[in-house]
Design a protein around this ligand. Structure first.
Ligand SMILES: [Zn+2]
Length: 388
């Protein structure tokens, strides 16, 4: 039934992949517009779209516009049938699973969470099975039309094999997560690093749409960065790229858990912020939430901690802009629950450190609920349907 045979991928000829990707990420586009955009003949676009229409993934909208006076029949834009197929996305954290069901356009249709009492692989997989089952039960068509599951977690993940090489928060090494989750659920499974998954979602369905190069910076326990250059996610020859958290911003700064010194993360990671807040207030049990509340209330010493952290993040982002020159940068993450405290220092230090015209790169700074991370996992699963 599906052109890509046993994997169920829709990827056929390159022209078909290009047509489907463009309509999916940029919304309804006429055949003429597609031909122009992709450098194809109208006949090639029609031929590429035909099987996708036959399978129900694309449909023709009613003709709305004439291309010009006497230009023949009006153009009928091609659009994606969003509810043709559904995708489950699950973000795995150390103590909780966050799941969503998305449609083909990555719009969230249902959400669910499950606590994780135990981070060992068998327990986590059993909970993943329950979470997925619950999500598929939300509507009959969700169960009928879902064939794919995307999982995301922090750490070193081999996306091509679904192997988790190392997860620091779960203490996993060399876990064949994709294979085991596929056996458990009967779904086709993708596994991806959580920051890369989120970057994929922004690139195809968010603020990165249409940007040739784009960076997503996440602020939280760790400080991560996903990079898209020339339209592709950068993975790094050694599996490391965009490690903005370990860019040095103060060579005589605090020791970092990575073995380095004065890294962005050693100043602006959640643990570092809490440690500095405790030291400055003399309260050994102060929590992050309490520090945020006190800083918002005008506690000068604590405001200083967030300002220093924001400065460090801004310097790291400027390093990305200076080296890669992205079209735009989005700064997000669960750590940005306190983004009102970070926003100004991030922008100020970015402007100061970005070289010349790189400072024109627009920054979007916004908080990010965990459901967005789960949506990222679903977006990678959508890509596995579309891309070869
Ligand atoms: Zn470091």
């Amino acid at each position: 039934m599906f052109p890509g045979s046993d994997t169920g991928s829709l990827a056929g000829a390159p022209a078909a992949t290009a047509v489907f990707t463009t309509v999916l990420t940029e919304g309804p586009v006429s055949r003429v517009g597609l031909a122009r955009r992709l450098g194809l003949s109208s006949a090639a676009v029609t031929k590429a779209a035909r099987p996708l229409i036959d399978l129900g993934y694309l449909h023709e909208l009613a003709a709305t516009e004439r291309t010009g006076p006497g230009a023949g029949r009006p153009a009928s834009p091609l659009a994606v049938r969003a509810d043709r197929e559904f995708f489950v996305g699950v973000k795995v954290t150390a103590d909780e699973l966050i799941g969503v069901i998305c449609d083909l356009c990555a719009q969230v249709r249902a959400t669910a969470r499950r606590p994780l009492a135990n981070p060992d692989v068998d327990s986590v997989l059993a909970e993943v099975g329950r979470l997925v089952d619950g999500l598929l039960d939300t509507l009959p068509e969700h169960r009928r039309r879902t064939r794919r599951l995307g999982l995301s977690l922090s750490g070193d993940v081999d996306h091509t094999t679904g192997l988790v090489r190392y997860s620091p928060f779960l203490h996993w090494r060399d876990v064949p997560l994709g294979e085991r989750a596929a056996r458990l659920t009967g779904l086709a499974v993708t596994v991806e690093n959580d920051v890369k998954a989120l970057t994929a979602a922004e690139h195809w369905f968010g603020e990165g749409v249409g940007a040739e190069s784009f960076a997503l910076v996440t602020v939280g326990t760790g400080i991560g960065c996903g990079l898209v250059v020339n339209g592709r996610l950068v993975s790094g020859a050694y599996g490391v790229a965009g490690e903005i958290g370990h860019v040095v911003v103060d060579a005589s700064g605090p020791d970092c858990h990575c073995g380095g010194r004065g890294c962005v993360e050693s100043i602006a990671g959640t643990d570092a912020i809490v440690a500095q807040a405790r030291e400055r207030t003399g309260h050994p049990d102060l929590t992050l939430d309490e520090a945020v509340t006190l800083a918002r209330g005008g506690h000068e010493l604590l405001r200083g901690v967030f300002t220093r952290a924001g400065n460090a993040i801004g310097c790291g982002i400027a390093a990305v802009a200076n080296l890669v020159g992205p079209t735009r940068i989005v700064v997000s993450g669960e750590g940005l629950a306190a983004y009102d405290l970070f926003d100004a220092p991030i922008r100020t230090s970015f402007q100061r450190q970005a070289f010349g015209a790189a400072a024109r790169c627009p920054l979007t700074i916004r908080p990010l609920p965990f459901e967005e991370w789960a949506r990222g996992a679903a977006a990678v699963s959508i890509q596995s349907l579309v891309l070869p």
